[in-house]
Each structure stands twice: as C-alpha cells, then as structure tokens.
Design a protein around this ligand. Sequence first.
Ligand code: FMN
Length: 359
Amino acid sequence: MAAEFNHVHKEAQSAATAKRKGEHIRICLEEQVVAEGIATGLDNVRFRHRALPELAFDSISLESEFLGKKIGTPLMVSSMTGGTAEAGEINRRLAEAAQQHGWAIGLGSMRAAIENERLASTFQIRSYAPDVPIIANLGAVQLNYGYGIDQCRKAVDLAEADGLVLHLNSMQEVFQAEGDTNFSNLLGKIEQICRSLDVPVGIKEVGWGIDGDTAQSLMSVGVAFIDVAGAGGTSWSQVEKYRSSDTMKRLAAETFADWGISTADCIADIRAKAPTARIIGSGGLLHGVHAAKAIALGADLVGFGRALLPRAAVTEEGEIWEEALHDQFRRIAFELKAAMFGIGAGSIEELQHTTRLVK
Ligand SMILES: Cc1cc2nc3c(=O)[nH]c(=O)nc-3n(C[C@H](O)[C@H](O)[C@H](O)COP(=O)(O)O)c2cc1C
C-alpha cells in the first residue's frame, strides 16, 4: 500500500515538474521576462578601439578549456531545459549546434528525470554532442528535500556529463506556489557533494547573480566553478509572475523585477576577491561583444540562455529554425573574434588581460 502510494505520489510529482518545464519555455518565448530597472552592466563598459591591432584576423584563437576538455570557443549554452518531449527536442538541437561550433552545454534541472526515469532521454544529448563538455544540473535546495550524492551521481550518469552544476534560485522558489524555500545549511551539503562526486561540481545562479564573498565561501568548500548568472537578463520573478494564480504573489513578484547583482558587477567582484576562481559570465548576454566584455572583466567562459531559445524551439506555426540557430552560434563567435581584432587580442588569455576595457 505504502509502495503504491509512493509510486502514485512520484508520478504526480513528475507530471507537475514536466508541466512547469513546459510553462517555463512558453513564458520565456512569449512574455516580457527581462529584468526591469536593472541592466547587465555590460553596456556601461566599452572597448577602446585599437587602429593598429598588429595581428592577422585569421590568427585569432578562441580556443578554451573546460572540465578537462578543449573546446573551440569560450562559449556555453546555459542550463535550460529537459523533461518534456519539446524540451528534449530543444536539447537535441542545442547539443548539435554546441558540438558543431565548439561550445560547452548545460542541461536544465534534471529533477524530472530523477523522479521519472522515462523522462531521462530528454536529457541524453551525449550522442549529439560527443566531444564537448556537458554539464548536468540540479537545484542545490533539493539537498534539503531528500536529495544527496545518489541523486547527483544519477544525474551525471544519465547525462554522461563532465560536471554537475547545482543552481541557487531562492528568489524563484519563493514566488512559486509549489516552491521549496528551505535554503538553510546548504553550504555543508554542497561541500559533501563536492567531496564525493567523481566529476567537478559548480554553482550557478539563475539570474540574480553571485557576489565575490559568496563565491569565496563556495570555493572554500570545493566548488570548481562559479556561473554568475547575473541580473539584467531573464528574471525568474518575472517568469513566475506569469505562472502564478495567487494575486498577492503575482504583485509581489513584480516588485522584484529589478532585484539582483548585475552580471558585470558579479564578474568583477568575484575576479577581485577570488583571483583563482573559474568564472562563467552569464545573465542577459545577447551577442559576441557582450561575451568579449564579460571575458575582459574576468570571466573564463561565457553563457547564453534565453537568447538561444527562440531558434532552438518549435514556433507556434510548427516551424523549426535549425539553420538560424547555427547562424546564431556562428555570429556570436564571429562577433567575439571581431571584438578581439578591434583591440588586438590574439587569444582568450590576452582578452582577459586587456587594458582596453573602459567605463
Ligand atoms: C527556459 C529556461 C529554463 C531554465 N531552466 C533552468 C534550470 O532548469 N536550471 C538552471 O540552473 N537554470 C535554468 N535557467 C536559467 C538559465 O540557465 C540562466 O541562468 C538565466 O536564464 C539567465 O541567463 P539569460 O539572461 O541569458 O537567460 C533557465 C532559463 C530559461 C530561459
């Protein structure tokens, strides 16, 4: 009887998780979900053009390394989705593009697959992206709701991933009707996962940013990389506002449209306080000049989230813009390289150390 109840309960939970994933995709495609009253800060800095770059465009190298793998660019697809048929298709398209263009790729939260193994295939992109780093994803808060090393291992194994990222999304959970809001004592639990998992463990936000002090605490317990996911791009209080049927929470979510630390501030703060941190700069990036600026501020890699979604999803009319998605990947890398040409930086390392980024 108890076993049957557990089974039914788990099925109901996984159906709810899948429904939520579908709603997130639709809302992110159709509604105004960009933060309001706060910007990424990347448009407040400029590169000082160098008329005499003293290098050949074709000699510029974007080559990078992440999670022990060499990649052709310092770019990555931020964790987005999985858990429904549509999400599985999106993951497949993003994975094929990542493989072809040398980007790393993050998966969306894999809780749906942990709850219901039948959904695992929607996260299984290794055959489409055999050579690039794949990052499995779970909510760090789940460590307070029954998840532990077994679930983390399972997520990594299911995705044949090179690393695991645990996301911090307190301000999303608080506006969700079904939110998990007990964020107490997580640092020690994150430490246990870092110690026991065979692959590197990173931490990411989802659009409100990670400051230098928090990054230092996380690194001191063994976190291998920090994805800032700063404010100025997708705002998850805005997204949850559209899902909420609770008027009080909907209105409250609106009040938080400008919450968070801008992407530029996060990167600069972490780089200043934790010089050896492996930083992924993300949150609201739209093009390759943003990528270049994030790297010049101190990021090692940069991530693009919602900006990639429209061309990876099936449109209302059933159209697929697969070629347009590849063009977008190509354009972002080209813009990054062109920005490097414009300041005479021949490698990602040189870009990181440029003195030509000005306020
Ligand atoms: C449709 C969608 C689903 C997302 N789901 C997840 C998720 O499951 N786990 C996670 O860590 N972040 C998730 N994110 C957050 C992104 O990884 C990213 O941190 C955030 O959207 C900010 O970046 P952006 O402004 O480039 O979109 C999701 C983003 C989008 C657009």
